[in-house]
Write a protein that binds this ligand. Structure first.
Ligand code: NVA
Length: 310
């Protein structure tokens, strides 16, 4: 555990305070600027990475990022089945703690992440679950900090399906004091508990938090974010037509960017082009999607250095 900021795991955005998130953003930017300074930060350390779901950016950015810190990453794919099926989550956590200095896990259910953290004797990092994607949100705020001189003045909107990515973004925004607008079609908004958490955090920091189903109420924004209308594990082809109809007015395109006066468009990827975002906008100068993809590595390395560094 890093005593400086008391961070034990990296599980959910609302488990970090403003100071901890800002420290991680600053560290990520420093590691990005001078990676050689941190090239031995994880020397002799190993990280076990469990993936129950597919991954491109998360797998590669953790693997290459850990290598840049002088550590060793081990990929554990789906050969061991869903966590908790072949053996208990608690046994998984205890066994991996015998060998690894940290556990990175992408899982279906948040309860698996919590179970790992409860029973592991090493730090656990959430690499996406049904409720949160904190590694992505941290990378996105690094990207916003790089693009806007004062993060606290940024206005960020998320348009689309309320999911793990929007949950993490809105909780981190509210904690940081960044104004956040969430626009989702009716019946595709966040759970009441997530809304309550975001509202409480925003109240504490004095930031504005707006949730609306009215796309015309998007207001003035600096950046607009979107993600797929269907997340991994929720794919059901029989619902595809209904989803396309429900989300048709919520596509992020040049017209919406102009209406909101936004200069930056963000997406965690993979994108379903011509659904939640137009190809033209995704490929445009306004898009910072690859900057955020790169920042995944620097942000995660900041978390690893904080949790594991000497
Ligand atoms: N909401 C998406 C994010 C992918 C990085 C999903 O869970 O599939």
């Amino acid at each position: 555990m890093n005593s400086l900021n008391n961070l034990q795991h990296f599980l959910a955005d609302d488990q970090l305070n403003k100071q901890q998130i800002l420290a991680l953003i600053t560290l990520a930017i420093d590691i990005k600027k001078q990676p050689e300074k941190y090239s031995h930060a994880l020397a002799g350390k190993s990280v076990a990475m469990i993936f129950e779901k597919p991954s491109l950016r998360t797998h590669v950015s953790f693997d290459m990022g850990i290598s840049k810190l002088g550590g060793h990453a081990l990929y554990l794919g789906q050969q061991n089945g869903k966590l908790g099926e072949r053996e208990r989550v608690s046994d998984y956590a205890k066994n991996l703690s015998c060998y690894a200095d940290a556990i990175v896990a992408r899982v279906f259910e948040n309860s698996a992440i919590e179970g790992l953290a409860q029973h592991a004797s090493v730090p656990v990092l959430n690499a996406l679950c049904d409720l949160y994607h904190p590694c992505q949100a941290l990378a996105d705020f690094v990207t916003l900090a790089e693009n806007f001189s004062d993060l606290s003045q940024v206005k960020l909107a998320y348009v689309g399906d309320a999911n793990n990515v929007s949950n993490s973004l809105m909780l981190m925004a509210a904690t940081l004091g960044v104004d956040f607008t969430l626009v989702c079609p009716p019946a595709h908004g966040p759970g009441g508990d997530m809304l309550t958490k975001a509202q409480a955090l925003a109240k504490n920091t004095g930031s504005a938090f707006t949730f609306t189903t009215d796309i015309n109420a998007i207001g003035q924004q600096d950046a607009i974010y979107t993600d797929t209308w269907v997340s991994m594990g929720d794919e059901d082809l029989s619902k595809k037509a209904a989803i396309l109809a429900a989300f048709a007015d919520y596509q992020v395109n040049h017209e919406l960017m102009a209406k909101a006066g936004a200069s930056i468009v963000m997406h965690c990827q993979p994108a379903h082009l011509e659904e939640e975002i137009t190809t033209e906008l995704f490929d445009s100068e306004m898009s910072v999607v690859f900057q955020s993809a790169e920042n995944r590595m620097w942000a995660q390395n900041a978390v690893l250095v904080t949790l594991l560094g000497d």
